[in-house]
Design a protein around this ligand. Sequence first.
Ligand code: SF4
Length: 490
Amino acid sequence: MCGFVGVIGLEAAAPALVLGLQAMQHRGQDAAGVGTLNHGRFHLHKDLGLISQAIPPHVIERMPGSAGIAHVRYPTAGVDIGDREDAQPFITRRPGILLAHNGNITNVSEIEDHLREQGMHVLSQCDSEPVLLVLAEELTALRPAGHTLDDLHTALKRLMARVRGAYSVVAVLEVDGQETLVAFRDPFGIRPAVFGRHADGAWMVASESVALDVLDFKIVDHVPPGSMVVLRKGEAPILRTVSPQAARHCVFERIYFARPDSIMEEGRVNNMRWALGERLADDWMKKGLEADVVVAIPDTSRDAALAMAERLKLPNREGFIKNRYSGRTFIMPNQATRDAALRLKLNPIREVFDGQRVILVDDSIVRGSTMRRIVRMVQDMRPKEVHLAIFSPPVAHPCFYGIDMPSKDELVASLYPPDRLEIELAKTLGVQSLTYVTTEGLREVAGDRICSACFNGDYAIPVSAAEQAYILKNRSANGKRTAVTPDPVR
Ligand code: SF4
């Protein structure tokens, strides 16, 4: 997982890009980069670390141009801490394109083989570079320079026929002799991309709408699946379909990854989490269980816990104090540091749990290891009972579309048959009961235009066994390919 932002039409793009990017630091903490186009010259700076470390103020001040893009990269999941050359944006000289992307290309090895045959070498371990090289190859096949809007449209048609997987992309280049900001999404629109307009005619595109809020851009629309949007200062957006399919937006973004104040296709993210909490409450009531208090495991679960408490007419209490400076546990590179990070991150408040029948609310069950440790921490607070309520189905299949989940044999839900799952998981996690939103319940709340393959194995884009092996090997062996994908290990 990563985050990107692009702007065009501002007097100074770089400061705006970095501000917008800072609203999406949660989407990537491994590396950050910013690049602009100014009268035919590209300027690019990228480095490892948080935005404030990777992009120092003097870089922002000296980077000219009214159009540009910026990117945050998700940390690696393996032992490596990531390489500078994997940071985005990427740039080509022929033709000049500055590009950043969020997602996971499933046929990346096939694309790299083809590029090598054409004498082009991929220098990084990041999926964005092959995407950029394919775009450059398709554009130059049409003409060497002076590309038109139709050229861009044709090149993207060919790109979408060649590149499989999840990709939301932002780029700046010259089209029709003008500086142009373009964004496009894979045919299923798996990863998010939203664009908006400023009152003075400038445009912004970003992974999440919170980036637009920061600079007072108003949302115009989400980039439709399999479509491109071309943005230029003072002009109306040019929206063209390229290769659309029925939408399959990543539901895990809504459940877990995106900020609650972001707006996705279905509306504000916190509203969906609220509706899932109400759904959980209904399922809980059907079981005839009783409890004294609802406690969210912060932060993602707050809306669902509030909704559940309201529906059940129970108090909702803050049972954990989160150390905001410790980082998210799943970004830690190995189990030992994840353990330590969790202890550092969540401090339970004894009085909330002591002698109580507690419903703990969380977003997902992936490995189950983090949850087991949280439950153990809560048991030390001497509660009468601990019940677990999860506002998504247990993750039972790996994601090949940009969320760096473990392989199937590491997913705790894959250990048990579906008819025994709830009971066995409750035992494994050490709680009195487990209630989770089923895949049917999730679909009722989130609608049909979602990808939920990690819950039900229904992959919109087929991923061959060789491609699966390649993706998983790159994740676990060197952690570099995962530089563009997160590890939400829980
Ligand atoms: S498989 Fe899961 S995490 Fe991956 S894109 Fe689909 S819903 Fe999102």
